[in-house]
Ligand binder design. Structure first.
Ligand code: GCV
Length: 681
């Protein structure tokens, strides 16, 4: 075995209180119970988990009918609601793939309407046991908050991964699709946290990847789709908008051309003949050199709808990305603003997309920086299906060499009130479909996995993969609760391990923000690889002007006098950002040009804040290392070694950031540190 089991390793739990309930398992109302059925997968998982954690051999009774189960004997009952007798289960208020986990007398009931719901209930029970929480009198009803909970892999067919920091792809190698045990173990991991859709290839669809939707690859994709289906996951692929030309031999890819529309219909028919449960396409168009409808003077709605109409008869979806901007813009022009691009390109198309199109919107208007405001498209679009896109891969947040627990960032995004409705509309409400009664919506995330032994490069980066799934399932969960679950599942429920790892995780995003670029300015990274400090590094700004730093101050004026970006938000958010007094300070330099001697709410000047936070960030990393050293004897030796190696890299890098950024601003401003520290190196 060349990889570990991640958070599904089922380490032994000593003295679990409720073992009596768990030695027998009855199945009721389950029609299909064969390898390949989700219920079969779920039962097998539960039996293995209980065996691994509690050393109990669970006896499974698959004939179970409720009436025949002895009411005075302990056991787990797994029951699928009979759709013909909906009224019997109405009291439980189960929606979609939701589940009920409840103790009733001698029995522990897992009840669901769907097979996936059964599986999710099983994983909830496993989490409870792994965290050493009693199931006595348990009663949990959970319905997924988001209908779609997707992962996007940026894997290329040569095995490389764009922005991948965990080795190579386990989906592709040497231009072939790979299906093996790891495919299954991957599906198992992500299904356990509620993922129900996976895009396996890079949104930048080049060369052989364009052919994934042809006979050459469909057989292998079918094998993969079947494995995914055992875990309630639908397979999606990224498609190339110019496929009709690149593989179809047409002379154009104009979405309004009949020949092009027919080509897509034909292609998609063949895909569904091979893979009936196929999910659909993810499309990046007219962005960073990718082809798209702009070539033919068509809109993105025209582009998306031609695919949507071909997919519709099969229930397929088009997930269309809003990451559309002009990477050639001249940053010396103070009025042109990349931040405006997604909104400017899409707001006029609201309501013009077919029902099976979903716009996938990055959390911020830029590109997964450590701090950005939310995209104003959320709250702007009112008649269009929307999905929130976040990035688990740490492209701009330390590339899985630095620990950076991202759930708190995503929670801030989800909790943001867009004021799309007078009574309020949080992003969590919009993407879940609650605000506008939509069903094709949810969350997507750029995955951080690869073929490394530990899946995610940094062992602690697995908390982000785990956490993304849990958050997409239940956006109300706290960052802390998610982290605790992951720690218990992966390592131990012992207080010291939980407390120290929790401290590390919760400190990590703020620490990264402190020692990198200040107050929302972003981008101060090395061009192209996006790792390490480089004050003028932003690759699409060869003039080094985007941050507007000069001898007096820095920051981008995005108010009405500046680029006008702040006006893309609904009120009162637009005014909040316009006004330097009410603009949240962590985003001050994103929205305003600010003098170095400007006094922040802390009483410190801007320049002193920059100096201080860079020192603090480094000392936070030192604290994290100390907390980790304290649990050395309580976690596996190999994990300890790997994490300590990464911490050493992180500490060096944090110091480099501190010194480069502070030196730069010292030289620009000429202001000495208030505490007499040597600021420049
Ligand atoms: C897949 C950023 C990244 C690119 C990525 C792109 C996107 O620009 O640096 O690697 O391309 O975002 O999200 O499409």
């Amino acid at each position: 075995m060349c990889y570990n089991k991640g958070w599904l390793n089922y380490h032994r739990i000593e003295h679990y209180p409720d073992v009596d309930l768990l030695s027998k398992l009855y199945l009721c109302g389950v029609k299909d119970y064969l390898p390949g059925d989700i219920t079969f997968t779920a039962v097998k998982e539960l039996v293995n988990a209980i065996n691994g954690m509690l050393n109990i051999d669970v006896e499974v009774d698959i004939q179970g009918q409720r009436e025949l189960i002895p009411s005075d004997k302990y056991g787990i009952i797994i029951e699928r609601c009979n759709p013909e007798k909906e009224e019997e289960f109405a009291e439980y208020k189960l929606v979609g793939d939701g589940f009920l986990l409840k103790q009733c007398g001698f029995h522990l009931l897992i009840l669901a309407r769907t097979e996936s719901g059964i599986m999710y209930g099983v994983f909830e029970l496993i989490r409870r046991i792994a965290s050493n929480q009693s199931i006595n009198q348990v009663e949990i009803l959970e319905n997924p908050k988001n209908p779609l909970r997707m992962l996007n892999h940026w894997d290329n067919m040569d095995g490389s991964i764009e922005r991948g920091y965990s080795g190579n792809s386990f989906f592709f190698e040497d231009k072939e699709v790979v299906v093996n045990d790891r495919t299954k173990d991957y599906a198992r991991l992500i299904a356990s946290v509620g993922i129900n859709g996976v895009v396996i290839n890079n949104v930048n669809v080049r060369a052989e990847a364009t052919e994934l939707i042809t006979d050459r690859y469909l057989g292998k994709l079918k094998e993969m789709a079947d494995i995914f289906a055992n875990y309630g996951i639908r397979l999606f692929v990224s498609a190339n908008f110019a496929a009709p030309m690149e593989i179809g031999g047409l002379s154009l890819a104009d979405p309004l051309d009949e020949g092009v529309a027919n080509w897509w219909k034909d292609c998609i028919r063949k895909v569904y003949e091979a893979i009936p449960g196929f999910g659909g396409f993810l499309i990046k168009a007219d962005s960073e050199g990718r082809p798209g409808p702009f070539t033919y003077n068509r809109t993105h709605a025209d582009g998306a709808n031609v695919l949507a109409r071909a997919l519709k008869p099969y229930g397929g979806l088009v997930v269309w990305r809003c990451f559309v901007y002009n990477c050639q813009q001249d940053w010396r022009d103070y009025k042109t603003d990349r931040a405006r691009a997604a909104y400017d390109n899409f707001i006029g198309l609201d309501g013009k997309f077919d029902e099976n199109v979903i716009l996938q919107i990055k959390n911020g208007p830029m590109d997964f920086q450590v701090r950005e405001p939310v995209s104003p498209l959320f709250g702007g679009l009112k008649n269009t299906n929307q999905m929130l896109e976040v990035q688990i891969a740490q492209e701009y947040t330390g590339q899985q060499r630095h620990v950076c627990y991202l759930i708190p960032m995503w929670k801030e995004v989800l909790d943001f009130n867009t004021y799309a409705k007078p009574e309020g509309a949080k992003i969590a409400d919009i993407v879940s479909g609650r605000t506008y009664g939509q069903v094709n919506c949810g969350m997507a995330a750029v995955a951080n996995t690869g073929n490394d032994y530990n899946w995610t490069g940094h062992d602690l980066a697995a908390a982000n993969l785990y956490g993304y799934g849990r958050l997409a399932w239940n956006t109300d969960m706290s960052s802390e609760a998610i982290a605790k679950e992951w720690i218990c599942m992966t390592y131990s429920y012992k207080d010291k391990v939980v407390n120290n790892l929790l401290q590390i995780l919760l400190k990590s995003w703020p620490a990264y923000e402190k020692y990198t670029s200040p107050l929302g300015i972003g981008w101060m990274v090395n061009p192209n690889n996006h790792y390490g400090p480089n004050v003028d590094g932003y690759e699409y700004d060869r003039w080094g002007t985007y941050h507007r730093a000069d001898r007096n101050g820095l920051g981008v004026d995005r108010t009405k006098e500046g680029t006008g970006y702040a006006q893309q938000y609904n009120e009162p958010n637009a005014s909040m950002y316009e006004n330097i007094e009410t603009c949240p300070e962590e985003l001050l330099l994103f929205f305003h040009y600010v003098r170095y001697d400007y006094k922040l709410k802390s009483g410190k000047t801007l320049i002193q804040h920059i100096y201080d936070t860079h020192f603090e960030g480094v000392s936070d990393v030192e604290d994290m290392i100390r907390s980790f050293e304290e649990i050395k004897s309580m976690i596996p030796e190999d994990v300890y070694q790997r994490v300590m190696e990464r911490f050493a890299m992180q500490l060096d890098s944090a110091k480099e950031w501190r010194d480069r950024i502070n030196t730069y601003f010292y030289r620009k401003s000429g202001v000495e540190d208030a505490y007499g520290r040597k600021i420049y190196k």
